[in-house]
Design a protein. Structure first.
Length: 212
């Protein structure tokens, strides 16, 4: 049995799964952003300034000042982790107005990794009977929401956009993004905007190819 994905409108009973998906998606970038911050010049400056304050003004022995290095790294990791977690909680609590979800149907015994498998993608209802669908396990692997832009007139804003990290991003994002664009055009929106972080490389490449 070949696995497939259904892209459909969001339902109220999807909220809990969507919250978990958004949380896991945002938190998956913690390590990458932490490593990126570690090798920035401002991190080295912070360590040197902390070392100098302890040695010159407080009088801490020089050998103990070396402990500022793991201390600063721990502080950096804690700050990065909790900033991502705070953003995840903020988006989890945001109730979507117009939203789509991608629901994946896979056989109960499925040995392939998601990025190695080939998925058929259907919009709304698949051409299968209910008895056949009961032979699959299903889970929500992607969600995307749009709302009116707070600053621009007649514009829409993409938010709460998350795809399970184990699944192919472009293959799932492409049809969802196309449906979102059609919804915006139907609602009379003249532009559609979103925000992508610098460590979201695959996502940035996807939106660059879309002309963003």
């Amino acid at each position: 049995m070949q696995p497939f994905i259904i892209i459909r409108n969001y339902r109220d009973d999807d909220e809990l799964k969507c919250q978990e998906l958004v949380r896991d998606y945002i938190m998956s970038f913690v390590k990458k952003s932490f490593y990126c911050f570690c090798f920035r010049e401002i991190t080295l400056q912070f360590i040197v300034i902390t070392w100098a304050i302890l040695f010159i003004f407080i009088g801490v022995p020089l050998q103990f000042c070396a402990m500022t290095i793991p201390g600063c790294i721990f502080f950096l990791f804690s700050g990065t982790y909790f900033s991502f977690y705070a953003k995840a909680v903020e988006l989890m609590r945001t109730k979507p107005s117009q939203s789509l979800v991608a629901e994946c149907y896979e056989p109960f015994i499925f040995r392939l990794k998601p990025k190695e498998a080939t998925y058929q993608i259907f919009l709304d209802d698949p051409p299968y009977e209910k008895s056949y669908l009961n032979k699959f396990r299903k889970k929500i692997i992607a969600t995307i929401s749009i709302k009116k832009h707070n600053s621009l007139y007649n514009a829409a804003w993409i938010y709460r956009f998350a795809i399970a990290p184990d699944y192919p991003f472009s293959k799932i994002a492409e049809p969802m993004f196309n449906l979102v664009c059609k919804k915006c055009i139907a609602n009379g929106c003249s532009s559609l905007e979103c925000t992508i972080s610098e460590w979201q490389e695959e996502e940035r490449d996807f939106f660059d190819n879309k002309g963003y």
